[in-house]
Design a protein around this ligand. Structure first.
Ligand code: ADP
Ligand code: GLC
Length: 490
């Protein structure tokens, strides 16, 4: 089974969120089960810098407004990701000083529709045999950035009058859709009739997410609960009707944890390593963290943390509201995050108000994320919605009990600690109403359990022994590919 993964970011070369973690881990997990996987990525500077043995494969001939853009397809290896890759070298589109989607001032690039249409067209060209030595049996597209690929595959099939390889579209976050002014549609080179309700049009706009949802042969998302939730009006972001009509083509496959990156037994980023059987090193991680953050050095003070993009999705204003009462009960709090400037300012102010108990680091810092999760007792993920969520899984692996809202992948991965579940399946703390009071209720239960050391350790050990590897997800994806391309060799 030859699979082309189409995505915009990949760990460890380029990451803005969990999508990169998935794109970085899934190819190896699929390869371990016999699939031959290659990835297709835009040639952002960090991707090009990580590409080894690159050889030009072809000039990319794209239609319409994309045609004059100088673009070549390179093929090489990304050793840091352990995968072979096609990379679109189009300097005018991708070699920019800012981020992959927005400039240094967080303004989305005005030509994003073209930048990511080229990704879609390149996928269709590869599916059509552009590389004479390798063609995919299945094209697996991730999020709106790759949403145009299934549409381009359909356009090619129509133009040539023959079938193209099937596609799977994975939703990592329905809220980011790639919506553009309708006038932009003509620049993409798709047949005119594709701009309709039965196509890439959504509420009068061009919408890349819609393109993926409508044209892909199958759809998946990153947890079973989110797969259900997005079929409801409340969580469907306007796509619930379409998703309900495609319910038989839609499934939720839970993300995993890459144990090569996130494992406290062998994490080189930690001051001390530890395991479920011997957590001595975790205490050293906590002491080092308190020192690094200027928090009061108190081994017995429960330390709560957050590692997150600071956006409305993550529900962090609930944490802000709860902070004074959390600290008032002797707990400490540390946050690593960046994003919304008003949230950044509010967390800064909270840290200034109680420097011995609250510490805030604004920015993106991969090594510090490891140290923060390892050194804390509880990781809070109070999201409004959460397709899967990875930090609660990292928390489980690192013996840092997740305190989460019962939504999406959080609901699927954390079992609430209640008296009747303490001896059976409790792994964290779960609350439901999206209010600071409900969150504080879970905090109160966390503090009560923290005082019962033996129970705490039992729950912590159970959490650390949970297995959220990529093997299960890879098997599910392979089964899906097999349905899509039944005649391909395993
Ligand atoms: P999302 O993709 O919605 O941001 P996930 O929980 O799936 O949420 O993935 C977030 C990923 O980004 C995790 O690997 C997390 O550790 C990482 N992350 C988030 N914020 C930061 C930050 N400020 N510094 C370092 N890593 C971060
Ligand atoms: C998205 C979601 C997050 C998920 C990640 C990887 O960014 O917000 O919940 O874990 O994608 O699938």
């Amino acid at each position: 089974m030859r699979v082309l993964q189409v995505c915009a970011e990949i760990f460890p070369l380029l990451k803005t969120g969990g999508l990169a973690d998935v794109a970085g881990a899934l190819p190896a997990a699929l390869a371990a089960q016999g699939a031959r996987v290659r990835v297709l990525l835009p040639g952002f500077p960090a991707i090009l810098a990580g590409l080894e043995g690159a050889r030009p494969l072809a000039r990319l001939a794209a239609p319409a407004a994309l045609a004059p853009v100088e673009a070549r397809l390179l093929f090489g290896r990304l050793p840091a990701c352990g995968v072979e890759a096609y990379v679109i070298d189009a300097p005018a589109f991708y070699r920019r000083a800012g981020g992959p989607y927005a400039d240094a001032h967080h303004q989305p690039y005005a030509d994003n529709h073209l930048r990511f249409a080229l990704l879609g067209w390149a996928a269709a060209r590869l599916a059509d045999g552009l590389d004479t030595s390798w063609a995919p049996d299945v094209v697996h597209c991730h999020d709106w950035h790759a949403g145009l690929a299934p549409a381009c595959l359909h356009a090619e099939a129509e133009r040539r009058g023959r079938a193209m390889p099937p596609s799977l579209f994975t939703i990592h976050n329905l809220a980011y859709q790639g919506a553009f002014d309708a006038a932009r549609f003509g620049e993409l080179g798709l047949p005119a009739h594709f701009f309709s309700m039965h196509g890439v049009e959504f509420h009068g706009q061009l919408n890349f997410m819609k393109a993926g949802l409508y044209y892909a042969d199958r759809i998946s998302t990153v947890s079973p609960s989110y797969a259900r939730e997005i079929q409801s009006y409340e969580q469907g972001c306007g796509f619930d009707g379409l998703l309900r009509s495609r319910a038989h083509d839609l499934e939720g496959i839970l993300n995993g944890v890459d144990a090569g990156v996130w494992s406290p037994v062998a994490d080189p980023l930690l001051p001390a390593t530890y395991s479920a059987d011997d957590t001595t090193g975790k205490a050293a991680c906590k002491a080092a963290l308190q020192r690094a953050l200027g928090l009061k050095r108190a081994a017995s003070a429960p330390l709560f943390c957050v590692v997150s993009r600071l956006t409305e999705q993550k529900g962090l204003h609930l944490v802000l509201d709860a902070l004074p009462r959390l600290v008032g009960q002797g707990a400490q709090f540390a946050l690593l995050g960046s994003g919304d400037t008003s949230l950044e300012a509010a967390f800064h102010a909270a840290a200034e108000a109680s420097p011995a108990a609250v510490a805030v680091r604004i920015g993106y810092d991969e090594p510090f994320a490891h140290r923060l999760i390892a050194g804390s007792d509880v990781i809070m993920v109070p999201s409004h919605f959460e397709p899967c969520g990875l930090t609660q899984l990292y928390g489980l692996a690192y013996g840092t009990l997740p305190l989460v809202r019962r939504v999406g992948g959080l609901a699927d991965t954390v079992a609430d600690a209640r008296l009747e579940t303490l001896d059976t399946d409790a792994t964290g703390f779960v609350f439901e109403p999206f209010t600071a009071d409900a969150l504080l209720g879970a905090v109160a239960r966390a503090l009560a359990l923290y005082r019962r050391r033996a129970d705490w350790k039992r729950v912590r050990q159970r959490g650390m022994r949970q297995h959220f590897g990529w093997d299960a997800a890879a098997a599910r994806y392979l089964a899906l590919y097999g349905i899509l391309a039944p005649h391909s060799a395993a």
